[in-house]
Design a protein around this ligand. Sequence first.
Ligand SMILES: [Fe+2]
Length: 469
Amino acid sequence: MDLSAFPYLQGNYAPVEEESDWGENDLVIEGKVPESLVGAFMRDGANVAYQPNHYVYPLDGDGMVHAVYFKDGHVEYKNRWVETSHLKTERKFGKTIYGSVGKLLPVPQEVIDAGGEPSPIRNTANTNIIYHGEKLFTMWEGGFPHLLNNDLSTVGLYDYDGALQAGDALTAHPKVCPDTGQLISCTQRWDSPNYWVQVFDKAGKHMRTIPVEFERKGIIHDLQITDNHIIIFYAPAFHSLEQAMKGEDPFHWEPERGSKIIVIPRDGKGKNMIFETDAFFSWHYCNGFEVGGKIIIDYVWISSIPFSQAQGTGVEKQPRRMYRMTLDPTTKKVTNEQVSDVFCEFSRVDERRMGKQYRYGFAASSNRDWGDAHGYNCTGRFDFETGETKLWEYGPEANAGEPVHVPNPDSDREEDGWIMCFVHNPEEGQYLSILSAGDFDNGPLCKVRIPSRVPNGFHANWMQSLTLG
Ligand SMILES: [Fe+2]
């Protein structure tokens, strides 16, 4: 492959070509693995298998999952592509067939005649990986999720026993309610401007759909829950399928429209509340909760739509900062306050506090002005009680991925958990970092050194009690 034309396929964004299985003889453990860890750290990301004709970071690239399994102090690693029908078709023909979300290509008739995947829209399965109802899924917000086995082999597309209809696109950012185990998710469709909240019970059985009507389909990536509400940001960010088919830039930012915040009752009863404010974009919420009749949302604020369609022009160099938004349902007033001046993305919390009052957020962060194509060289801890941001730097040129809070099963305290993320440091190679959530002064308690590279990717999660058997 010649990837020189693609800034977001350089350095540690470049794909790996191998699927690997590393056992204890291959992995080097520096420090001590916490013995109470039973489960797996898994991260999804884009890893192009064939020469791309076009590449829009962060939406393109075949999904690949990297996993580190923990049991009784023992550790194993695997990485696998998600075997989507698009990838399987390209493998059959031995070349690139499908285009990008930024530039769709018609599928050749010979591919369709040979039983290849007929949809020009590649389900990349590259955005997130979750474990819910004892099932493992990779998610991509433009289509169905893929069901995987614990060893990362692909079972196939999953429709939640018929709850998803052809054309439904399930979000890659569902939330799990810590009280009920419910999966709060949503669907959109390529052929409709509307949005549907989808609620599944703790076993993954569909419970209810709450429709939300829009005049125009917006790019809505994440959602947030509180005890009683589901909140989404409707930014003036749009994608035109027609323009993508013509090869024109399909992404639009129309700031004069402002941003709307839609607050939806979780039980599906009562009216939605709509708040309006100046235009902003956000990929990711950190958390949200209700207090004193108000709704608080912590999130990573971005000034506008951050697609790097115009790669190399610096469009990706937009400030991203942790903000706290307060919504007052009585006055309909929105107040917005910057929490930290650190560049950050991929915000996470102790998931036991999802939708509830909490103290700490964690995010991939940079101690430079921006996290540019070299990624994030720090993990940040954002203390919402004191306002303090602490950074742990892995090395000036290191790339640190989304930090996941892994709860300590023996403690309810956020500080007693561990923060895990993949780190690639040119000076010391690839490792999984395990930091103490309560100690950002002394660096990783443990590094699991991996002989192969883990390219920069997207979302990760801790899969409690998931093992290889
Ligand atoms: Fe995301």
